[in-house]
Design a protein around this ligand. Structure first.
Ligand code: SF4
Length: 570
């Protein structure tokens, strides 16, 4: 091992990350590339860092492999611990980690992120250690915090840098977060729909009671918080270089941010002032931001501290942007499973938390979506799960629907066991045993809960503002608003990509809606399009067709009612 001297060029290849608290699949950029870039530029701001996504590398693979060899260091960020399908990109595969980095030889090769820390998650089952043939391709597999390791590596050399080092506090990381913010200008979604994941703390207050059976967060110990000023400074730096979309998503429970008695009690009391300071501060440094969303909220915090939680939720709604989601880790509605896995809430408590969030956030915001809705996370394959669990979960969701409550989305996944969690010894044993129920149950929820719920959240005729067109699928265009858990929108024709449009909702799928871009040109709109416009009558359609072309909207006013006129232009 030798001291790293003369590092001039570093390549960060973003293979994308997805963890329970943190998303890094486009249009998201997670903290890893930013913190790492900041660590490097803290040592020497003249070092050239190139940021590339795995999708960009794939597009010109030969060039990437050739160019990669000209760098001094390559840092690969990778690891999807909660596998899913993504519209914005395809995470790096094991095969790519194997084949690409076997032939790239000259640079020092470092693998970071959940893939290095835990291995690769498989749908339902255990996290699998990386195969040794992949590990051998890299000089370092960083199990600790990559920004600290890279900093030590460049500063003290290989002898003194440990890939197992983890941060004790945020002193260095806060500095790196600001210095590394400018790496985002190299992201392919920069200037478009890029959304930046922001960290507030790490560690779970419930680690004092052992935490949930499947969760890795207690492994970080008790929460260590970033100060509001530090977070605001980072957001300000990002805002200055043009970032407009933010998610305060990197924490297990936003309501536990700087909570009172954190470390002493299982459900610490929310700190209203700290959250207000954070959100108000963010708004003041980026006054023209377009999206400010949140992610995880522990329903247990809400029901143990109703008054304070209501205040915090109101504060979030005051400063955030609409279409926001508080993802609740309810995991199950089976009390036996709650108990055996030491989960945070019993079903009645979870329902109460959902009611409270609805009370504060269900009203519609200016982008067409409710301000703040709960999202539900269910996990299957937990200890004690039986056929009864599936029935109880379904009935729980049914109650939500029957009570007229709103939920933005139901996330149903199968547990992935991580070493150091209680689930590790079970792996996929319970999933396999209950496999016969899973598909039927999921389909039933999609049909009987998701569909009517989506119709309630985004009724026919809703106008969704600022939808970004992302991809073509056959003759259709797929678009989404930017935010936490954005709704997929299918446009039944090709419209230009990478543009912002408003959409009129005309139909619903289980987890997506169909919409027409508005305003529609009254002289070009097809009969088919006219017929599906919510509220339009057959007589109105016929009159429009027979009287075209129109020279002014006033002419149209004689045929259409005011509400419908808004959908058209000349
Ligand atoms: S409450 Fe449970 S799921 Fe949430 S972070 Fe703590 S241990 Fe993990």
């Amino acid at each position: 091992m030798s001291v790293i001297v003369n590092v001039r060029k570093v390549l960060i290849l973003d293979g994308y990350t997805d963890e329970p608290a943190g998303l890094g699949v486009p249009p998201y950029i997670d903290v890893y590339p930013r913190y790492i870039a900041g660590a490097i530029w803290s040592i020497d701001k003249t070092i050239m860092i190139k940021y590339l996504t795995v999708d960009q590398a794939r597009m010109a693979l030969q060039d990437f492999i050739k160019e990669a060899s000209s760098y001094d260091i390559i840092i690969v960020v990778a690891g999807v611990t909660v596998p899913g399908k993504y519209l914005g990109g395809t995470p790096i595969s094991l095969r790519e980690l194997d084949q690409w980095f076997r032939v790239i030889n000259k640079p020092l090769k470092i693998l970071v992120g959940p893939a290095a820390k835990f291995g690769i998650g498989e749908v339902g089952g255990r996290v699998a250690e990386l195969p040794s043939k992949v590990k051998e391709n890299f000089d370092y597999i960083v199990k600790g915090d990559p920004e600290i390791f890279i900093y030590d590596l460049l500063r003290y050399g290989e002898e003194k840098a440990s890939p197992y080092i983890t941060r004790r506090d945020y002193t260095l990381t806060n500095k790196f977060a600001i210095k590394g913010s400018r790496i985002v200008v190299q992201h392919p979604n920069y200037g478009l729909n890029l959304i930046v994941e922001i960290e507030t703390f790490r560690g779970c207050p419930r680690s004092i009671v052992g935490g949930c059976s499947f969760c890795i967060e207690p492994g970080y110990g008790l929460p260590v918080f970033r100060e509001p000023e530090d977070i605001v400074r980072e957001v300000g730096a990002l805002g200055k270089i043009g970032v407009e979309h933010f998610r305060i998503g990197r924490q297990p429970d936003l309501l536990a941010y700087k909570a009172f008695d954190s470390g002493k009690v299982e459900f610490p009391k929310p700190n209203i002032r700290a959250i207000e300071k954070l959100f108000k501060g963010i708004r003041s440094v980026v006054p023209n931001l377009r999206v400010l969303h949140i992610d995880n909220v522990n329903p247990g915090t809400i029901v143990h501290h109703v008054k304070e939680s209501i205040e915090v939720l109101k504060t979030i709604v005051k400063y955030h942007t609409p279409g926001d989601v508080a993802a609740l880790g309810i995991e199950t509605a089976d009390p036996k499973v709650v108990k055996l896995n030491n989960l945070k809430v019993y079903p009645e408590e979870a329902l109460e938390a959902i009611r409270i969030i609805n009370k504060i956030g269900a009203h519609r915001g200016e982008n067409g979506l409710p301000e703040l809705l709960p999202g539900i996370n269910f996990v299957h394959g937990l200890i004690g799960e039986t056929k009864e669990t599936y029935i109880l979960n379904y009935l729980f969701l049914r109650r939500i629907l029957d009570e007229g409550l709103l939920i933005r989305r139901i996330n149903i996944r199968q547990v992935i066991a991580f070493p150091s969690t209680r689930m590790w010894i079970y792996g996929d044993k319970i999933i396999k045993r209950n496999k016969k129920y899973f598909k039927i149950y999921k389909d039933k929820i999609r049909r009987e809960i998701d569909l009517p719920m989506l119709k309630r959240v985004v009724p026919h005729g809703t106008i969704l503002k600022r939808v970004f067109t992302e991809k073509y699928r056959g003759t259709k265009t797929l678009g989404r608003q930017v935010g936490s858990y954005p709704l997929l929108i299918e446009i039944p024709k090709k419209v230009p990509l990478n543009t912002w449009i408003d959409i009129l909702v005309i139909n619903h799928g289980f987890r997506s809606v169909t919409g027409l871009p508005i305003p529609l040109n009254i002289n070009n709109v097809t009969v088919k399009e006219l017929e599906v416009i919510p509220g339009i009558t057959k007589r109105e359609v016929l009159e429009i067709i027979s009287k075209r072309p129109f020279k002014s909207l006033d002419e149209l006013r004689r045929i259409l009612r005011d509400g419908l006129l808004n959908y058209f232009t000349i």
